[in-house]
Design a protein around this ligand. Sequence first.
Ligand code: AMP
Ligand code: ZN
Length: 465
Amino acid sequence: MQIYNSQSRKKEEFVPVKPGHVGIYSCGPTVYDFFHIGNARPFIIFDVLRRYLEYKGYQVTLVQNFTDIDDKMIRRAGEEGISVKELGDRFIAEYYKDAGALGIRPATVHPRATEHIPQIIALVQQLIDKGMAYESNGTVYYRTASFPEYGKLSGQDVDDLDAGARVDVEDEKEAPADFALWKAEKPGEPAWDSPWGSGRPGWHIECSAMSMAYLGDTLDIHSGGRDLLFPHHENEIAQSEGATGHPFVKYWMHNGFLNIDNEKMSKSLGNFFTVRDILKEYDAEDVRMFMLSAQYRSPLNFSRDSIEQARASLTRLYTARDNLLFLLQAAPEGEPGEADRAFIAEVDDCRSRFDAAMDDDLNTAEAMGALFDVVYAANTSVHAGTAKAAIQHALDVLHQLTDILGLLSKKPGELPIEVQALADQRVEARKQKNWAQSDALRTQLNEMGYTVEDTAAGQKIVKAL
Ligand code: AMP
Ligand code: ZN
């Protein structure tokens, strides 16, 4: 597999540190609110990366943190009149609900910063002992001048950074590019005891300490959105490599940004959506399908049109699956004939193309094309006489590939939500004896490819074959 490494700025052959095992650290959400649709992009992508690596036979340890202490947490807890801990507990619970709805599997470990204070303090102390950090009025800063490779991820030059920041040099710091590892307590803020007095950790040190605690000195993959490349990830390298003397990360993966109607999502523009909001209007699988419709490094535009396109594609996928299941029931047993063997070979070829696309820096857009080639082959080659083994093979491949993407999770017979909505409206219309509306809804359902039958047991909606 080839992975584009943000540090070398090229695709590299993926070779994990330990054969057969992959350790991934993904920067997770700051849990001061519901997570937004932009955050959902990395969570879905790196969930798919994990699933794909597992499909390839690797044992994957995925670590995704919760940032549960920072300025935003403190401000929001103050506004709500609750403790930072209570705020964190609440939005961690909400994270699991929304992530679960989107089919994002829980990571192997979800460490919380506030539960790793001893590891963070130990790492800061190690840096002080090596002369790479210094304390000033109870705050500890990283001495960027002590790490000559500072800037190697982002291509930033420390001298430029120093020059740019010259105007607001803080007295406490030796140099403007130095950054806080540990922050001295401010009145009213949560604080922990440390060798430098009470205080709280900085944001960057949290990810260095927790990633190495679970994955060792060298991680195979570290991921996050592009915005984290500098300074967050640059600082993580300085901290971790400064302390251990070992390479911190083999492959850096950064996802492109999600925009809304071609604009940057922001509260002030009124185009800011939480996943909780979006799922009131759209089915979670439609959102997932949409997220995977582009390669992860490209920017991605969220619009009503794009999600409706995703929904239409998903419907095609479900229809093909349901048709195969229907034909399977009465399919002839016995050895597949020549045409069936050709169909099996075609399906295998689609799977190879799916794998090749995923092996090319997780190109889900291309992989989706190969998946729809399975659909096309099934729609054109499978009929009442197709051998059971051939149909079963197509179904197996379809399920294997869609499991990697986290799609096609609804059981047969479960109606798409838009169909279910019309079906519910029709039940309501009949209750009110509004026969004209009930008939209109039946016509609409027929046009969408569903037959409607009013039986003694109630309305029966079946996908027409
Ligand atoms: P945060 O809670 O802001 O630290 O973000 C959690 C994750 O979401 C990080 O990996 C961010 O880089 C990523 N992220 C934030 N906004 C977007 C966006 N609009 N599109 C894609 N990824 C984003
Ligand atoms: Zn991080």
